[in-house]
Design a protein around this ligand. Structure first.
Ligand code: IMP
Ligand code: MG
Length: 179
C-alpha cells in the first residue's frame, strides 16, 4: 500500500523548530497569565504534546472531540460535539489547539460555542492551514505552516485513522488504478 508519498511535505525538524518558535511567542503574549490549552481530538494530540512543553507559563490542558469529517477526504459540513470540555472556561484564557484548518467550518463553529461560555480570551492555534480552501472568515492567531490544497497525513494527522504516527507530514497520493 503506497498511499503515502515518499516525499516529505514538512519534516519533523521543521515542525519542531516552528512549534518551539510559536511556543515562545505564546509565552510572551500571555506573560503573567494562566493558559488553558484545548486540544481538538484526535489529530491535535501530537502537536499539543510538543507545544505545551515549549510554553513557559502556568498551563492547564483539556480536550474536545468534534466531528466534521467522516473517513473520506472531503468535508461533510456536519459539526457535532462528541466530547465536551471537563473544565469551566468562564473568565479563563483559552487557546484552541488544532491540527489543520481546511474550510474553517469546524473552528468557526467551535469558536462560537466556546465564546458563549464567556472566557477571558479565546485564541486559536493550528499547525497547518489551507487558505485556498477557506469558506468562512477566521482569525487564527498562531499558524504553523500554510499548505496547498492537498490531503496531508502524519504528525497526528490521519487518513481514515491511519498514518498519525509518521514523524513528518506527507501529502497523500491519490490512489492509482490497479493493473
Ligand atoms: P475544516 O472544518 O474544513 O476546517 O476541517 C478541519 C478538520 O478536517 C481538521 O481538523 C482535520 O481533522 C480534517 N482535515 C482537513 N484537511 C485535512 C487533511 O489534509 N488531512 C487530514 N485531515 C484533514
Ligand atoms: Mg481535526
Amino acid at each position: 500500500m503506497a498511499l503515502v508519498d515518499g516525499e516529505v511535505l514538512i519534516s519533523s525538524g521543521e515542525i519542531e523548530a516552528k512549534v518551539r518558535e510559536i511556543g515562545a511567542r505564546i509565552s510572551e503574549d500571555y506573560e503573567g497569565e494562566k493558559l488553558l490549552l484545548v486540544g481538538i481530538l484526535r489529530g491535535a494530540v501530537v502537536v499539543l504534546a510538543d507545544l505545551i512543553r515549549s510554553i513557559e507559563l502556568p498551563c492547564e490542558l483539556d480536550f474536545m472531540d468534534i466531528s466534521s469529517y467522516g473517513t473520506g477526504t472531503s468535508s461533510s459540513g456536519v459539526v457535532r460535539i462528541l466530547k465536551d470540555l471537563e473544565e469551566d472556561i468562564t473568565a479563563r484564557h483559552v487557546l484552541i489547539v488544532e491540527d489543520i484548518i481546511d474550510t474553517g467550518l469546524t473552528l468557526s463553529y467551535l469558536r462560537r460555542t466556546l465564546l458563549a461560555r464567556k472566557p477571558a480570551s479565546l485564541e486559536m492555534f493550528s499547525l497547518l492551514s489551507k487558505p485556498s480552501r477557506r469558506q468562512v472568515n477566521l482569525e487564527v492567531r498562531y499558524v504553523g505552516f500554510e499548505v496547498p490544497d492537498v490531503f496531508v497525513v502524519g504528525y497526528g494527522i490521519d487518513y481514515a485513522g491511519a498514518y498519525r504516527n509518521l514523524p513528518d507530514i506527507h501529502a497523500l497520493k491519490p490512489q492509482e488504478d490497479e493493473g
